[in-house]
Ligand binder design. Structure first.
Ligand code: PLP
Length: 378
């Protein structure tokens, strides 16, 4: 039986030509015309002002935190319901994440909790150095109230839009609202360069600084002089070629993932105990992953029983992210709320969601889910 995976790369028709061009011109380096063009085209697609292509979304976050001034011992507020890569770079800098719970309607950072937490921190004179908001599973967080709260205390907002390229918030791309936004092109994201990331920002000086830090922080001297510690974080010109091809099919990829969601929702939405991740009214989600929550009493099986039964049938599914405040590595960190994220983790499952799934693949997943309900439930 063919294995159905959660989310796999889906190349279009022009990626290979761009890669070939890189070979023919011998631009096999972390610099070159595809890198420049990928940055420009990325700005056109997202509406970002300036962009720097880097080797991963994690690298982009690491640079972003540094660019807004996060240092050793600082605190950074951060969504708790996310992949560890959101918070790891906070730890790279020796800063401390403080995790903030989700709200039920978006599954993303709860703006009210953030506002209250900042108000309280301002009163005791302990404001965080930055806020990192995640746009989860293809859906934007409610950016306006989050930005407003950050502006009130003059705290830079970093947007982790790694999972939400192609989504909208009030008609615009999540990732371009905060001081800095980041995206990922890892293998399972909506478009991929195998590995890669992008940092976007309105301020040209900050993006120039990002490129400087990403290329070992070389001073303007012929003899390789350095006055700061830098990184080797630039994206390869070969991979930027893949990215240029992928950008051309982004809207098709969004449509295909939304179609997966529609098919799942119409086939499974009426089963007792199943609720799909809601789509917030302020924008359009990409449905990067189709996520649902399961009430085990009503459905007849819990999330883990479903996941294991699907796995026996060669169908990969995955629990919703384990909240970072519950991760052993962040056990010492403070958390503001957390019950909503814990509940979503406890009951939440992500179904196979690739843009290259066939109708037969989707039917196999649907039939398996229905069979689990009939066998274990009723
Ligand atoms: C994938 C991901 C990242 C990291 O991106 P990489 O390119 O894999 O380093 C960061 N944050 C979130 C929410 C992600 O899903």
């Amino acid at each position: 039986m063919k294995q159905i995976l959660l989310s796999t790369p889906h190349m279009g028709s022009s990626e290979l030509e761009f890669v070939q061009e890189a070979f023919e011109t011998n631009w096999i380096a972390p610099v070159g015309p595809h890198v420049d063009a990928f940055e420009q085209e990325f700005c056109q697609v997202t509406g970002a002002r300036h962009a720097a292509a880097v080797s991963s979304g994690t690298a982009a976050l690491h640079l972003a935190l540094q660019l807004v001034g996060v240092e050793y011992g600082d605190e950074v507020f951060c969504s708790t319901l996310t992949f560890a890569a959101t918070a790891n770079p906070i730890a790279y800098l020796g800063a401390k994440p403080v995790f903030i719970d989700s709200d039920r309607t978006t599954w993303n950072l709860n703006p009210d909790l953030l506002r209250e937490a900042l108000f309280h921190r301002a009163r005791i004179g302990k404001l965080p150095k930055a806020v990192v908001v995640v746009h989860l599973y293809g859906q934007s967080a409610d950016i306006d109230p989050i930005l407003e709260a950050c502006h009130q205390y003059d705290i830079p907002l970093i947007e982790d839009a790694a999972e939400s390229l192609g989504a909208t918030y009030k008609g615009r791309s999540p990732g371009i609202f905060g001081r800095i936004g980041i995206y990922s092109f890892n293998g399972n994201k909506i478009i991929t360069t195998s590995g890669g990331g992008m940092l976007v920002c309105e301020e040209p000086e900050l993006v120039a600084k990002a490129r400087f830090l990403a290329t070992q922080a070389r001073d303007a001297a012929p003899h390789y002089q350095h006055s700061q510690i830098g990184y080797n974080y630039r994206l390869s010109n070969v991979l930027a070629g893949i990215g240029r091809g992928q950008l051309r099919v982004l809207s098709e990829r969004v449509a295909a993932r939304r179609r997966n969601f529609e098919i799942y929702a119409s086939a499974l939405g009426n089963l007792p105990g199943i609720k799909f991740m809601p789509e917030a009214t302020f924008g359009k989600a990409t449905r990067w992953l189709t996520c649902l929550t399961i009430d085990p009493e009503a459905f007849g099986a819990n999330r883990e029983q479903i996941r294991l039964t699907l796995a026996e049938q060669q169908i990969e599914s995955r629990p919703v992210w384990k909240p970072l405040h519950r991760q052993p590595v962040f056990a010492e960190c403070q958390s503001i709320g957390g019950e909503v994220a814990e509940d979503l983790f406890e009951h939440g499952l992500c179904l196979p969601s690739g843009s290259n799934l066939s109708t037969e693949d989707l039917e196999r997943v649907i039939d398996a889910m229905v069979a689990i309900h009939h066998q274990k439930g009723a």
